[in-house]
Design a binder for this molecule. Structure first.
Ligand code: TYC
Length: 109
């Protein structure tokens, strides 16, 4: 014998229907890691750092280093918050350990 639910189901009244909701995923904010020029850090050190920390090939590393040298500032890469934060910390620590005044920071895209 049909109970109330069976009757609702047969009428298509929504009993037992799985309703899809829009997925609530959001793309993470991105951050530029930028290098600042100075008069003291050797060009070779900056090129080495761009390869070691930012995984650039030699040609791209030289291009970015020269861009910073000529323009005062330049982008090393764009990353999620934690990755950008880690790369900035690595640059600052490697510069400090080698006694270079090189400065690096992150900026919201
Ligand atoms: N201007 C530096 C020099 O001539 C080289 C340099 C490039 C320094 C980029 C920092 O982020 C920098 N020795």
């Amino acid at each position: 014998m049909a109970d109330d639910n069976d009757q609702d189901f047969e009428r298509g009244n929504g009993v037992g229907v799985v309703q899809k909701t829009a997925p609530k995923t959001k793309r993470p904010s991105l951050y530029k890691v930028v290098l600042l020029n100075d008069d003291y850090t050797p060009q070779e050190f900056v090129v080495w750092l761009l390869q070691a920390v930012f995984k650039k090939d030699a040609e791209e590393a030289v291009r970015i280093m020269m861009h910073v040298h000529n323009n005062g500032v330049g982008i090393c890469g764009v990353y999620t918050y934690e990755v950008a934060e880690t790369k900035v910390a690595q640059v600052m620590e490697l510069s400090r350990r080698n006694q270079h005044p090189l400065q690096c920071m992150m900026e919201r895209e």
